[in-house]
Design a protein around this ligand. Structure first.
Ligand code: PGA
Length: 253
């Protein structure tokens, strides 16, 4: 049995409205109850985060931001700082999600600065990495995710890695496409990433770090993906938007 506690995270992206977002958060809260064999977190749009964090306070379900700024405060119109996320009750923050990287052009250096600043402010970052279809076809998956993880974690010490950082492997070609990586494909990349962590830190740190899989996770594929050694949880987009498709993911066994 792995010492790593399974983690199911729902990334709501730019979806839902205030009322539906709150209702969904409450269903997740009630479904999780006092269950502590799994970590569960939801990532609402920024503007609903305060209200949702309050609704989840005292429960075992945590909340997080979908992104954050690499600066602490100041003239950065439209940005949200890690301190602000903490202020409204966030525990986690997604960093380097493929939509940030590929739609908004965020590079590894910026991603790395965000990870460090998030840690400094007490947030637990989820560093997302993943290759595009072209990169996979060119057999560059390991090179791409290896660089993303090394650069994303530059300057992060082993203690912070073990205690607070989660990695999410999300192949870009699998996000929102209905095409999930096969368990074998996920297993290969997760094993590779854990090896990279062992090289950057040490075996013990790598063994303790959680690596989630993301990309078209649904009730009908979650069990097979979660059964892969080294897959410690799932980061879910589309299926996290409704209780009917999100709650069954908590019972992946
Ligand atoms: P998806 O999104 O589950 O809709 O593919 C996953 C993600 O982007 O985190």
């Amino acid at each position: 049995m792995s010492a790593r506690k399974p983690f199911v995270a729902g990334n709501w992206k730019m979806n839902l409205e205030r009322k539906t977002a709150l209702g969904l958060a409450l269903s997740v809260r009630d479904s999780v109850g006092r269950r502590d064999d799994i970590d569960v977190a939801v990532f609402p749009p920024y503007v609903y985060l305060d209200e949702i964090s309050r609704a989840l306070a005292g429960s075992l379900v945590k909340s997080g931001g979908q992104n954050c700024c690499d600066e602490t405060s100041g003239a950065f119109t439209g940005e949200i700082s890690p301190a602000m996320l903490v202020d409204v009750g966030a525990t986690y923050v997604l960093i380097g999600h493929s939509e940030r990287r590929h739609v908004y052009g965020e590079g590894d250096e910026l991603v790395g600065r965000k990870v460090k600043l998030a840690l400094e402010h007490g947030l637990s970052p989820i560093l997302c990495v993943g290759e595009t279809l072209e990169q996979r076809q060119a057999k560059r998956t390991e090179q791409v995710v290896g660089e993303q993880i090394a650069r994303g974690l530059a300057g992060v010490d082993g203690r912070a890695l073990q205690a607070r950082v989660t990695v999410a492997y999300e192949p870009v070609w699998a996000i929102g496409t209905g095409l999930n990586a096969t368990p074998a494909q996920a297993g290969e990349v997760h094993a590779y990433l854990r090896g990279v962590l062992a090289g950057l830190y040490n075996e013990a740190a790598a063994e303790r770090a959680r690596i989630l899989y993301g990309g078209s996770v649904k009730p009908d594929n979650v069990r097979a993906l979660m059964a892969v050694p080294g897959v410690d949880g799932v980061l879910v987009g589309g299926a996290s938007l409704k209780p009917e498709s999100f709650l069954p993911l908590l019972d992946y066994r």
